[in-house]
Design a protein around this ligand. Sequence first.
Ligand SMILES: NC(=O)c1ccc[n+]([C@@H]2O[C@H](COP(=O)([O-])OP(=O)(O)OC[C@H]3O[C@@H](n4cnc5c(N)ncnc54)[C@H](O)[C@@H]3O)[C@@H](O)[C@H]2O)c1
Ligand SMILES: O=P(O)(O)OC[C@H](O)CO
Length: 329
Amino acid sequence: MASQPIGIAGAGAWGTALANAAAAAGNDVVLWMRSPEQADALVATRTNERCLPGVKLHERIRPTAELSALAASSAVLLVTPAQTTRDMSTALASVLPVAVPLVLCAKGIERGSGAFLCDVVAEVRPGATVAVLSGPSFAHDVARGLPTAVTLACRDTALAEEMANALSGPTLRVYHRSDVRGVEIGGAAKNVLAIACGAVAGKGLGESAKAALVARGFAELLRFARAYGGEPETLMGLSGLGDLVLTCSTAQSRNFAFGQRLGQGMSVEEAAGGKLVEGAATASALVALARAKNIDMPIAEAVEQILSGAWTLDQAVDALMNRPIKSEH
Ligand SMILES: NC(=O)c1ccc[n+]([C@@H]2O[C@H](COP(=O)([O-])OP(=O)(O)OC[C@H]3O[C@@H](n4cnc5c(N)ncnc54)[C@H](O)[C@@H]3O)[C@@H](O)[C@H]2O)c1
Ligand SMILES: O=P(O)(O)OC[C@H](O)CO
């Protein structure tokens, strides 16, 4: 794997941070972005000032706007927003040999179809290997070389181990696992729950409410994952509890910050402020999947009701607090 470059599709905050981490781990990296102007600017300045101000691009990274430049990669990390997965993996299918694994790094569920992102890729690139990388990792932390750990899941356990080794470096520790479904559910669902935590913070409901929400949110995550074939043990790990705790802790998270602004009384549009808020894009699909299997997810439901304009935040709090008293599970 080391002799071929790692390909990265998407040069936003996370794609650029992962490119730096992969290069620091000893790999050559081809970093693709859709804009030729951005690629030229990256080649010239070796910084991605819009997404990661102040971070120098590692010398082993080759920026490009030619998708075909990814064809010789040992693996391609797809790091564009979750809702672009179908279009991006279709475009990649036309240039990548089927033997090149695709590692999904976005966190979400496809709106409209309600499809998990791995299933989207399996549809448009049949026979190709798909993996998922997820866990507690803010791009700005990783890009600055602050330490963290994430999980890479692939059904091919030998390949999962090989890719985890290739991407692990001095400050990014990559664990491997075979439970692809569990790892992708952890990443997708925690963003929706983080919006609720942010809203509690923005509304000034206190630290106790926030902690209660994390615990009950985690119970929802576990129920959902169990019903959709994820292993509970996976959700107790980095892409589950780990990422839920991170994203529910700080306004450094875009999902939390979005919820916080909703809690302060802003509209959905004002609160998003033009930034990528994956939990807002995924909430309706997550809730529809939960309803389809009668999975009780009142916190995710409340987020969806607020986002659709059906409930105010006060109504959501009332609905959550007035649910029948029951045994904790
Ligand atoms: N930023 C983080 O800390 C972080 C950490 C872990 C995971 N993630 C996940 O990674 C994904 C990307 O997040 P990000 O922070 O890099 O977002 P970002 O907004 O910084 O970057 C997204 C990139 O995708 C590109 N893009 C958007 N639409 C596209 C399309 N249709 N085709 C091709 N390229 C397109 C944009 O030009 C941009 O470069 C999200 O799913 C997010 O949840 C982010
Ligand atoms: O900024 P957020 O909320 O998209 O979260 C980024 C990562 O998913 C944290 O692990």
